[in-house]
Write a protein that binds this ligand. Sequence first.
Ligand SMILES: Cc1ncc(COP(=O)(O)O)c(C=O)c1O
Length: 419
Amino acid sequence: MALGFSMVALHSRRTEGEDKIFATNNAALNAAKVVGSDRVVNASIGALLNEDGSLSVLPTVIDLLRNLPPEEYAAYAPIGGLPSFLEAAKKAVFRHHVPKGYMEAVATPGGSGAIRHAIWNYSEIGDAILTSDWYWGPYKTVAEEHGRTLETYSLFDEKDAFNLTSFKEKTVSLLEKQSSIVILLNSPAHNPTGYSLSMEEWKEVITFLRSQASNTEKRIILFSDIAYIDFSGDVDDSRAFMELFGDLPQNILTIVAFSMSKGYTLYGMRCGAMIGISSNPDVAKEFKSANQFSNRGVWSNGTRPAMTVLAKIFEDPQLLKQVEAERRTLQDMLTERADVFIQEAKKANLKICPYKAGFFITIPCKNPDLVAAALQKEYIFAVPLGKGLRFAVCSVPKIHCATVPQTIARIIQQVDADL
Ligand SMILES: Cc1ncc(COP(=O)(O)O)c(C=O)c1O
């Protein structure tokens, strides 16, 4: 849409693009008003819903939150986060796989806040940030909001494995142009594909980054986005790769983004942390001070009640056990839906991206917008992406996950044939 009279500063003038996730969700809600919610498959929502469509919550987490004393809601948290929360966040992130090195943590409003600070504090204005071609849309929004661009490598090779060649090529080419590179790598349970790098793939990534770091003029920032880790299988196995973040050259900084949104069902509390790991104590110290300064300069302090809840969970093994048991029930529900979707997709000859775990399954297709529009006529609401459709198994009851692949396969064929 062309802009008419405008009051915003030049850097904030953008063509108005509708957020496709919200637009798809609105269309689904409108359809439900007309034909009834039981006939509508709303696969746009990126939150885990129960089979009856209500939001899944971890009762222990909500009870802890409800029973906090009033001062815990009313008081500020320290700018960098409550110390007890920062300790708990490190435990929640690494469990038995703590990398060797100097480590500092800073509280942020969810993983989103960590993405913002990493981009702002570790790349130069005008730099390109690197991620894969399938990516979570806000990566681009945050990069552009801060005067950066987003560049991508192909996530998958012809065998549907991590495309190391493409990853290497893009990293090398950006490092030729820039003194530093921020790499946003979302694994395990990647949004939108559900892919998780294997341990072998992680080792190859780290070996390659080590080789690039031999040029000591360059700075490499590996941003490990683990937003969905608590829904990616065994608590400890899923974290084994993080030991690879230890003992790296001083010009590689790893930042792990912790989020309470999914793993603790506290999406709305906006609580998370960024944890920096370096072999150089000065880099770790600088990480703390730069990101704490950014907290003060952007949103001040974070959400104290959520921080206290995490601290309490990790101070009491019984509470942690309870949370994990409740989460396992949710994980089982999610896995059942994904399993049935994948099974039916196979039967329908519907190609999907290699899914290992997580909230979304992605269907590559040539005309995502047309396919999404045609699916809406059948009351199926999936989000069109650049190269396919994102289907949120997290928000769709199992019964629909079993029938939808057939319909999607048919609609894709129809749309392709009509063009
Ligand atoms: C890939 C990815 N990273 C990070 C986030 C951050 O979420 P939050 O800011 O709520 O922690 C999300 C949320 O949807 C996500 O999908």
